[in-house]
Ligand binder design. Sequence first.
Ligand SMILES: Cc1cc2nc3c(=O)[nH]c(=O)nc-3n(C[C@H](O)[C@H](O)[C@H](O)COP(=O)(O)OP(=O)(O)OC[C@H]3O[C@@H](n4cnc5c(N)ncnc54)[C@H](O)[C@@H]3O)c2cc1C
Length: 512
Amino acid sequence: MTRVHDIPDSVPVLIIGGGPVGMSFALLLERYGIQSLVVERTDALPQTPRAHVIRKRSMEIFDKIGAASAIFDAVPEPETRFITWVAQLAGMEIGRIDMAKEGIPNGWANLPQNLLCPILLDQMAHSELADIATETDCLDIATDADRITATLRSGDETKTVSARWLIAADGANSQTRNTLGIPLSGPEDLGQFYMVHLKADLTEWVKDRPGPLFWVLNPEAGGTLIVHELEKSHVFMVPSRGKELTQDRLIEHIRHGLGGGIPFDILSAGRWTARSQIADRYRQGRAFLVGDAAHRFPPTGGLGLNTGILDAHNLAWKLALVDKGIAQEALLDSYDMECRSVAATNAEASLHNMMTLGEVHKALGPFKTLAELERRLDTLTPQEKASVQRAIDNQTSHFTSDGILPGTWSGEPHRDLGVPANYGSFKLLMKAPPRWAAPLAMLEKKHRIRIELYPSIQATDHGGYLKDKEAVLLRPDDQVAWTGATPEDLDVALAATLAGPTAAHTSAVTAA
Ligand SMILES: Cc1cc2nc3c(=O)[nH]c(=O)nc-3n(C[C@H](O)[C@H](O)[C@H](O)COP(=O)(O)OP(=O)(O)OC[C@H]3O[C@@H](n4cnc5c(N)ncnc54)[C@H](O)[C@@H]3O)c2cc1C
């Protein structure tokens, strides 16, 4: 880790923000041999849990940077079986989703952000090329056609650093995005909440229905309880309904929301606003927005962090090839084309999830006090019970969907091709044992890239591509770049991929 006076005057890639997305970006760039510097104003060890659901695709990406097994090992509560609705945690249960019945998503990890970031920071500490300057603030940036200049400060020291590329990974309130003058579109205030980080041992109330989420419908003290570490760390999300809530008021709310005299301490409390917004563009010259700097969603559905990891994965290989002079600069325009629509879909899904949560309340009918809710639960007819359970079951997709993945500007969506998670090169999947060794060697030399060959792969061709084609070309981010039959066509496809989208592609996407 670097202090401000040790920072070189110039770096190839400067990443503002050492949250999970900024650090992942640096570690992805390292896989391509590109040096970067992450600048993070804190010690990069967040104290609050925040995001916790790490989806399968994000885990595959973490695998590529060597962090997946440490992440799986660090998961504190591996059993994430139930999502439960209660009047109070220690009170009456309203219903549950049993994810075992629905098929618990494969390959997920439920690891809070405060436990994820130290793993990424440790990876950075062992990295030759991905450096981080912690407790260093980026005060300002200036951009011109050839370089970015950033003013950094640590303690009393300031320093100017120049970079060929700038990555804004500085979170939902990105100052870099503002300085670049990139506006956001979408609903700006979907409600305000206090995220209250609690220390409490909830074993007794959770052990028989293990799971990460409890929706507390107590009308006097409702909210969402996120169980991170059963014996010690949880978040209670308290709706603020436009009011400032004092610490005493929050304690009272949570005591009444948990019920049963459960002891707890408040470790921290912060107010935040749920939004569903996306930056109007992801690229401005040599600067790019990634993660929450590019999009901010309500947390319902757990798509924020995951979409940010997809951003980093989509952009890193492109930036590396352009920086090395192997691909043309226009390839970088495809980042916006491929990822902004994904963020739009995931923002919509998160918003939809947030709105449909009200269905459970609606199915229960009106109640103004906890006593009324409890009476209601005691007197539900079998049909009413079934309708409440239906409303609960309706929420299942929030918790089991993987979100969507980027397609490519040339049109192919990502599909699971069951290819080993090697990183960095293009991959050619072939139906038959190859007779292409010589042409491939020639194409590698001509385009200055590596192409790994996977012959006879149809057994794991879950996308079904090889049913009627000889070969499939995957980009370094495992997206399908081309399907076809001859090395001559592959040559054309590689040239087109490295050249990036043409004006025709760009206007087709803009029109769509
Ligand atoms: C309560 C809650 C629950 C959530 N649950 C989920 C979930 O389950 N799954 C999910 O996918 N997402 C979830 N999210 C969203 C998730 O936390 C964010 O999407 C994620 O943190 C985004 O990562 P990031 O690296 O882009 O930004 P951040 O994590 O915000 O990191 C940005 C970093 O930039 C630094 N920084 C900012 N400005 C500067 C500057 N000028 N100079 C230097 N450093 C700077 C900050 O200190 C920070 O460390 C949740 C969010 C909340 C609030």
